[in-house]
Design a protein around this ligand. Structure first.
Ligand SMILES: [Zn+2]
Ligand SMILES: [Zn+2]
Length: 424
């Protein structure tokens, strides 16, 4: 099978290419990228005025299967990912049962083998039941196929235990991805501590709860000589701490989510539970710091933290509503609208944040469009505008923080392993 993508703007920072070229795919690999490829193909995609980028790699998504298939499944999440131009997802371990044993990982692998429409990688748990008390069998999890470990949703409070996890993870060469939250300092809050918590009369989540824990985790990672990845940073102090640690040579990467660089705590003033997530929306200056961090390299990657919930779990009082928003289908368009169109990132920068860097962080040979690369490819119309609507989602859940927003950038095609997997 030969597939030719003709006349698109190929943006591939891995090979420093940003120009209008043709791209030929043979089987599951890219075989040639050049001007005016003349080769009979089984299928031609006309990509004039379109941008052709490596498929997105999302470091952080909650697929809810096994256990909460009413919210999302591997099938529905992977279809949502394809609609969002995402070809690889790292599935977080807070399922039921949690991904805390090789048996549970094998169970999920079977589901993935059966249902996944895109590449789905598994993040194992750091502690049993994500309870923070007893380490999982990290070597066993690695053998069962996990790429990373995390107790996401919770942090590992016990320093000794976390240190041991870091050492084991280093030995096994699995990535430790940290949900940084000191729960004593976040104090069961539901919105940012400060203006919004006072205005709404709701319990606040302090900024310290995030950045103090980041400071601790960086120190422990340094002691253990293990690389770490920090998930979903939301406050400016976190950006500063991470930038400083990187300058000192700590092996450290981090991600930020679209809602944290495009919305602020003022957007929650209407008690909209679709804007309730953890960490919460912060101040305008934090939003600016995240944007700046993406621009200057303190922040390596953009991740969705896709967290689907049913309407029953969201359409209730703010304090009782679940934390989390969906993001697979809006991640790229929000990034184009908020970062590229406002001049913060250029296209090669954006591709680094959504594809090349996350691939490197996971140690994957993806995120590139050179000859020989796996043909995970996204074709985007960067000018097409659309409105985020409840009925437009492929995901089983509708809890988007961007409902009603006009966004620029529509995914025209997503190819996974050389096959056109979107449009469906
Ligand atoms: Zn988290
Ligand atoms: Zn998460």
């Amino acid at each position: 099978m030969k597939l030719l993508i003709k006349g698109g703007r190929i943006v591939d920072p891995a090979s420093q290419v940003d120009e209008v070229l043709d791209l030929l795919i043979e089987g599951d690999k890219i075989s040639k990228v050049a001007k005016g490829i003349k080769c009979p193909a089984d299928k031609v995609i006309e990509a004039a005025e379109k941008i052709v980028i490596p498929g997105l790699v999302d470091l952080h998504a909650h697929l809810r299967e096994p256990g909460r298939e009413d919210k999302e499944t591997v099938l529905s999440a992977s279809r949502a990912a394809l609609k969002g131009g995402i070809t690889t997802i790292l599935a977080m371990p807070n399922t039921h049962p949690a991904m805390d044993s090789p048996v549970n990982v094998a169970l999920l692998r079977d589901i993935i083998r059966r249902d996944a429409q895109t590449n789905v990688l598994i993040c194992g748990a750091i502690t049993r039941g994500r309870q923070g008390k007893e380490l999982t069998d990290i070597a066993g999890l690695k053998n069962a196929g996990v790429r990373a470990i995390s107790d996401d949703g919770s942090a590992v409070d016990d320093e000794k235990l976390f240190m041991e996890a870091l050492r084991k993870a280093k030995e096994e060469k699995v990535l430790v991805t940290c949900h940084c939250e000191d729960r004593v300092l976040s104090n069961n809050g539901v919105v940012n501590l400060g203006f919004t918590s006072t205005r709404l009369g709701l319990r606040g989540i302090s900024r310290e709860s995030e950045y103090k824990r980041i400071e601790r985790d960086i120190l422990l990672a340094q002691k253990a000589g293990s690389p770490i990845h920090i998930a979903h940073i939301s406050v400016k102090e976190s950006v500063e701490i991470i930038a400083r640690a990187k300058k000192k040579g700590v092996q450290l990467t981090c991600e930020a989510c679209p809602h944290h660089f495009s919305l602020s705590e003022e957007d929650v003033l209407d008690y909209d539970t679709n804007k309730k997530m953890n960490p919460p929306l912060r101040g305008k200056e934090d939003m600016e710091a995240i944007r700046q961090g993406l621009k200057d390299g303190a922040i390596d990657a953009i991740a969705s933290d896709h967290a689907p919930h049913t309407e029953n779990e969201k359409d209730i009082e703010f304090e009782r509503a679940e934390f989390g928003v969906i993001g697979l289908e809006t991640m790229l368009a929000v990034s184009i609208t908020e970062l590229v169109n406002s001049g913060i990132l250029d296209w090669p920068d954006l591709v680094r944040k959504v594809s090349l860097s996350p691939a490197k962080i996971l140690g994957l040979d993806k995120g590139a469009l050179g000859a020989g690369s796996v043909a995970d490819i996204t074709v985007v119309d960067p000018k097409k505008e659309w409105t985020v609507e409840k009925d437009g989602f492929v995901s089983k859940s509708r809890n988007s923080a961007f409902l009603g927003r006009k966004l620029k950038g529509v995914i025209e095609y997503t190819l996974c392993n050389g096959i056109i997997t979107y449009p469906f």
